[in-house]
Ligand binder design. Structure first.
Ligand code: PLP
Length: 435
């Protein structure tokens, strides 16, 4: 079936590229832990007539007319998001995870205020105040780290001490390259002690939380969650901010609900008009569809398999003598010190595996001895391959092929792995529907 009929006749140049990407995704194996495949329904929403519509504002309070359908679309997305995460409020307009974070900082702080977040080299994200970002010039970012890289345990005592000393307005907990679960209760208690707003950036793991494979920070008193919608949550590329109505933080006689309402109001204002213009309503419709898919019982099974598959791959790597940062994984991703263990740089590992049809990324590891552009590690994960229906047996096989390629590094081994990957990919096409 040709999904690009009109592009094919009107713009053959672009058609070739889109078909190329379709084929790349079909025949190769996607192990980038922040990527996934969406359903046909989500893709249809992304190409719907809603892309033509301006809807600045919020349902019932828009700057333009003609909102009888868009209002309903956004309300449905909000309602499903709240249900999925047990939130009292959801803003589904952030265009991506970065926007969700920036809007949250703007909502909760004034320029110059302090944020306490995870060290970037220990798994934090660019938007957590990396010096190359504009946001790092506006707010003052201070850091906490792991206490033990071999187990991944965060240094919670140091986190608390830094919080007491720096008096941050926001304590940020979240990561893009950390394979373990955080002690949400501990961090939320510290935030309460220093009267900071607790924000969990669950961009990577929101699908695992929605599917019940990881703990929900809201159950441990976190105030706010920010997330992408396109990683483990398996929706369209986008972002979202959620507020907890039962944060246990009611102060000065005000109850939890009014604290949450106050935060929610500030967040809505920060997203629009503070940061963004018109919301992408086609994307919001696609979010609503993916939230419905995530509310379906089959999503629980998916989330469980994502973690099981990652653990199966981790085992193969460890049996081959590869050091894994934090000693394994409790979620969907693995961070392997290929330079320290196999003597191949993260960059070269990425290139070789790419030739074998396996897409992943080089990644810095904690206390890396190499430079960020040519680090020691590779990061990979199972969300996309699990969507294709891979189980433990296939995950073990893929990990075995990776080890083969990374240890032998000759053309014949790469070619053999490429064939095996193509066969696996062809046997496991992405389903049109997940329901
Ligand atoms: C991916 C990610 C983001 C940014 O999401 P974009 O949609 O790429 O802007 C923010 N925070 C964390 C922890 C992430 O992993």
């Amino acid at each position: 079936m040709n999904y690009y009929e009109h592009i094919q006749t009107e713009d053959p140049e672009l058609y070739e590229l889109l078909e190329g990407e379709e084929e790349r995704q079909r025949d190769g194996l996607e192990l980038i832990p922040s990527e996934n495949y969406v359903s046909r329904a989500v893709r249809e929403a992304m190409s719907s007539a809603l892309t033509n519509k301006y809807s600045e504002g919020y349902p019932g309070r828009r700057y333009y007319g003609g909102q009888q359908f868009t209002d309903q679309v956004e309300l449905i997305a909000i309602d499903r998001a709240k249900k999925l995460f047990g939130a009292s409020h959801a803003n589904v307009q952030p265009l991506g995870g970065a926007n969700a974070n920036i809007a949250t900082y703007m909502a909760l702080m004034n320029p110059g205020d302090t944020v306490l977040g995870m060290d970037l080299s220990h798994g934090g994200h660019l938007t957590h105040g990396h010096p190359v970002t504009y946001i790092s010039k506006i707010f003052n970012f201070v850091r906490y780290k792991m206490k033990d890289i071999e187990t991944g345990e965060i240094d919670y005592d140091a986190l608390r001490e830094t919080a007491l000393k720096e008096k941050p307005k926001v304590i940020l907990a979240g990561f893009s390259a950390y394979p373990r679960e955080l002690d949400w209760q501990r961090i939320s208690d510290i935030a309460k002690e220093v009267d900071a707003v607790s924000v969990a950036d669950v961009a990577h793991i929101s699908g695992l939380i929605a599917g019940g494979s990881q703990k929900n920070p809201f159950e441990y008193g976190f105030d706010v969650m920010t997330t992408t919608t396109h990683k483990t949550l398996r929706g369209p590329r986008g972002g979202m901010i959620l507020v907890n109505g039962k944060n246990g933080r009611g102060v000065n006689g005000a109850d939890d609900a009014s604290r949450a309402e106050d935060i929610a109001k500030k967040i809505d204002k920060a997203v629009f008009p503070g940061l963004q213009g018109g919301p992408h309503m086609h994307q919001i419709a696609a979010k609503a569809i993916s939230f419905r898919e995530a509310l379906h019982p089959s999503f629980k099974v998916y989330a469980k398999h994502v973690v099981e598959n990652a653990q199966a791959m981790a085992e193969v790597f460890q049996n081959a003598g590869v050091r894994l940062i934090t000693g394994g994984t409790s979620n969907h991703l693995i961070l392997a010190d290929v330079f320290g263990s196999l003597g191949i740089s993260g960059h070269d590992a990425e290139t070789l595996l790419d030739q074998a049809g396996i897409t992943l990324n080089k990644n810095s590891i904690a206390e890396d001895v190499r430079k960020p552009m040519d680090p020691s590690g590779i990061r990979f994960g199972t969300p996309a391959m699990t969507t294709r229906g891979f189980g433990k047996a296939e995950s073990t096989q893929v990990a075995g092929l990776m080890i083969d390629v990374l240890t032998k590094r000759d053309e014949a081994t790469v070619a053999k792995a490429r064939e095996a990957i193509r066969t696996l990919a062809q046997e496991h096409s992405v389903p049109d529907s997940f329901l």
